[in-house]
Write a protein that binds this ligand. Structure first.
Ligand SMILES: [Zn+2]
Length: 103
C-alpha cells in the first residue's frame, strides 16, 4: 500500500469524484486508535474534517468519493478510468483511485 507524508497532502485541492472542488487540505490529524483525518479548509472558508477512509485517491488532487457516486460505483452502467481502469460511477468526472480527470 502506498504511503503518504503530510507534505504529500497538505495544500492539495480536495475534489469529489463528481468534479466538485471541496477545499484545500490544511492539516492532518490522527488519533491513538489509528484514525487519520484530513482538516480541509472549505471553499466557503470554514474548516471541515474528512476521515481518510473517505479518501479514494491522492495524486495532483485529494479525491473523495461523493455519497451518491459510491452507490453507483461498480454498477453495470458505470465506466472505468481511462488511465488506471478503476470502476467509476456514470456521474463521476474524476477517477476515485488515481484522481485524474476523465475529460
Ligand atoms: Zn484512474
Amino acid at each position: 500500500m502506498k504511503t503518504f507524508r503530510k507534505e504529500d497532502v497538505v495544500g492539495k485541492t480536495v475534489i469529489d469524484t463528481s468534479g466538485s472542488v471541496r477545499g484545500k487540505v490544511a492539516d492532518v490529524m490522527f488519533d491513538l486508535g489509528g484514525t487519520v483525518t484530513l482538516v480541509v479548509k472549505g471553499v466557503d472558508g470554514n474548516e471541515f474534517q474528512v476521515t481518510i477512509a473517505k479518501v479514494t485517491g491522492i495524486s495532483e488532487h485529494v479525491v473523495v468519493r461523493s455519497a451518491q457516486a459510491a452507490e453507483g460505483a461498480g454498477s453495470l452502467t458505470g465506466t472505468t478510468c481511462k488511465f488506471c481502469g478503476t470502476p467509476m460511477a456514470p456521474d463521476e468526472k474524476w477517477c476515485p483511485s488515481c484522481g485524474r480527470s476523465q475529460a
